[in-house]
Design a protein around this ligand. Sequence first.
Ligand SMILES: CC(C)(COP(=O)(O)OP(=O)(O)OC[C@H]1O[C@@H](n2cnc3c(N)ncnc32)[C@H](O)[C@@H]1OP(=O)(O)O)[C@@H](O)C(=O)NCCC(=O)NCCS
Length: 170
Amino acid sequence: MVTYEAIDNIAGNRSPLDAQLAEAISGVVHSAIGAMDLGNYSAHEREFIASWWPPERIVELSRGSFLVIAREGEELIGSGMIVPEELWQVRMLYVSPEFQRGGVGSNILQRLEDAAMRHGVQAVRLETFLGSPSQVFYEKNGWVASPGCIRHNIGSEVTYRCMAMEKLLP
Ligand SMILES: CC(C)(COP(=O)(O)OP(=O)(O)OC[C@H]1O[C@@H](n2cnc3c(N)ncnc32)[C@H](O)[C@@H]1OP(=O)(O)O)[C@@H](O)C(=O)NCCC(=O)NCCS
């Protein structure tokens, strides 16, 4: 059975995310990116993209954010965050490859949207890989493409071909 846990640090008053948990989340992200169909990226770019989410960055971003993790038994199998920026953004939503298409991603996403709604937020935003299957996933969950993100550089290494999406909350 999959269980979900929310770590609400929007008020910024909790202690930093446990390092071991951040390590496990980073592992899930790494494996999900590794399995993604990113046919238009080179091997070097994929490696770079996979390295976006080291544990330290996850700890950093979790300060002031709402994080949801999913576990199957003891094993961490998915995570996602919503970050209260000028527009609240869904970040780092990934499910381990062997647990994808089982509803885990939708469940995490719903919990992130619910958290935003509890804070009176009316619209949420995210960026994802242009042309990737995740676009279908977000559309199934009521998100639509929005302007504002076509491609941008990550350092001088990679041009990330991204797609912005948004959802109006009830
Ligand atoms: C995108 C992702 C988070 C979705 O999580 P998930 O648990 O697999 O998604 P769900 O099972 O809730 O899928 C819900 C619906 O979305 C659609 N969907 C999900 N993954 C899809 C895929 N790879 N191709 C086409 N449609 C997909 C389907 O309609 C699915 O319903 P169905 O399985 O009944 O047909 C997960 O697959 C993942 O981590 N992918 C790789 C990383 C990624 O793209 N993350 C987003 C970065 S911003």
